[in-house]
Design a protein around this ligand. Structure first.
Ligand code: PLP
Length: 398
């Protein structure tokens, strides 16, 4: 037995410079949450009472009237939409996803119809609701939102994320204003946002976060908002929410993570992240074809990343080939590669264990050094890489 459980399981020892990625196990769970879960696992709980206590912790942190813990932000979206349709009608809850005579349309800006690993519109449809896209991917306006709302509209969904089209979208304040003028509740997906209060203060009826992203809790979703809507969301555990429920350990763990958030040393964390960025700046300086710049988070989370842009002719390797080489071997380094076809990737320092920044710097130096000495330019056609990745999806479990 080693200290690193990944070795025992025959798994590679991944270093995560990609961010809070669910595909890599989300985030480093904070010690307070680990301790609370360990203490709770062997006990019994009156789950309704435990959920009430969690509601208080969520209220305290977010300023919402009430809160509810479910399996994930994705489940939170499904259940909040369900709650907006059924209210506290227990029979309607049991009948979902058949919506019968309930209002069942949900409006969402077209530019917000993202995939976070699964399509958000599917999370809405899972409840039985019908998705009504507003405007076009690259243009949505208040008048389009207003005219998309009718007597069948149950709710409106708004997404805050780097995945969302980042121009010509309805601002959140306008979105809430238009919806409220029509009496429609606003459900906000803020899965990956640090800010736990502003959107509720703006008047959003429900805001949902992932417990396992910046908060450093176990896999979970945190639903906050008005008491009536949160209650209606919670009651879905008697229906479609059953398969999305969390166990005691996740509720206890995410409560501890939320309490710890209040006293987290945010400044100290920023300082550690800055020092990792400095280490990488140095490793990448004066390398032909490599431009490293520190860039802020696109949705204004207090987190800077290093953008590494590669000119393949000068560096002798493309950004994606470099990313793939870093991801090979026993200690793979997984970079943030969602814009890789533009010839850049990002290094995200928010999920590093102490000292890993140096391993990342060494591996970058090693691979860039090797490429610089090579006679040829390595630049695999990106379309081949994407088709290859698609083919690999279907090979699991082989
Ligand atoms: C991560 C993410 C989700 C999914 O969160 P889970 O808690 O893993 O279900 C949904 N929306 C956005 C914008 C995300 O970033």
């Amino acid at each position: 037995m080693s200290n690193d459980i990944r070795q025992d399981l025959g798994l590679r020892q991944v270093i995560n410079v990609s961010g809070t990625m669910t595909a890599l196990g989300a985030s480093i769970v904070v010690p307070q949450a680990i301790d609370a879960m360990t203490r709770g696992l062997s006990q019994f709980f009156e789950m309704t009472a435990l959920h009430k206590q969690a509601s208080k912790v969520i209220s305290d942190l977010t300023g919402a009237e009430a809160g509810f813990v479910t399996a994930s932000c994705a489940s939170g979206i499904t259940l909040a939409v369900a709650g907006a349709m059924t209210g506290s009608d227990l029979l309607a809850i049991e009948r979902l996803p058949d919506t019968g005579t309930l209002k069942n349309e949900v409006v969402i800006p077209s530019g917000h119809m993202i995939s976070f690993g699964a399509p958000i519109e599917q999370m809405i449809r899972l409840s039985g609701a019908k998705v009504v896209p507003v405007g076009q991917a690259t243009a949505s306006s208040a008048y389009q939102l207003a005219t998309s709302i009718n007597e069948n509209t149950a709710a409106a969904v708004f997404v805050i994320s780097h995945h969302v089209v980042d121009y010509a979208q309805i601002p959140i304040a306008t979105f809430i204003q238009v919806c409220h003028e029509k009496g429609i509740p606003v459900i906000v997906d803020a899965a990956s946002e640090y800010d736990l209060t502003t959107v509720l203060a703006l008047g959003a009826d429900i805001v949902i976060w992932s417990g396992h992203k910046f908060l450093g809790g176990p896999t979970s979703g945190i639903v906050s908002g008005s008491k009536d809507l949160v209650r209606a969301t919670y009651l879905q555990n008697r229906g479609i929410g059953r398969g999305m429920k969390v166990g005691k350990e996740s509720i206890i763990g995410v409560m501890a993570a939320m309490i710890a958030w209040k006293t987290r040393d945010h400044e100290g964390i920023r300082a550690r992240e800055r020092s990792a960025l400095n280490v990488w700046s140095e490793a990448l300086a004066n390398r032909p074809g490599v431009t490293a710049t520190v860039v802020p988070d696109p949705t204004k989370n207090p987190l800077d990343r290093m953008k590494v842009s590669i000119d393949p002719q000068a560096a002798h390797i493309s950004a994606w080939d470099l990313a793939m080489r870093l991801a090979a071997g026993d200690s793979p380094i997984i970079v943030r590669d969602h814009e890789i076809e533009h010839g850049h990737f990002f290094l995200d320092p928010c999920n590093l264990h102490p000292g890993q920044e140096f391993i990342v710097a060494e591996r970058l130096s090693e691979e860039l050094g090797k490429a610089a000495l090579a006679n040829d330019v390595t630049e695999t056609p990106i379309e081949d890489i994407w088709l290859d990745r698609e083919a690999k999806i279907l090979q699991w479990p082989d």
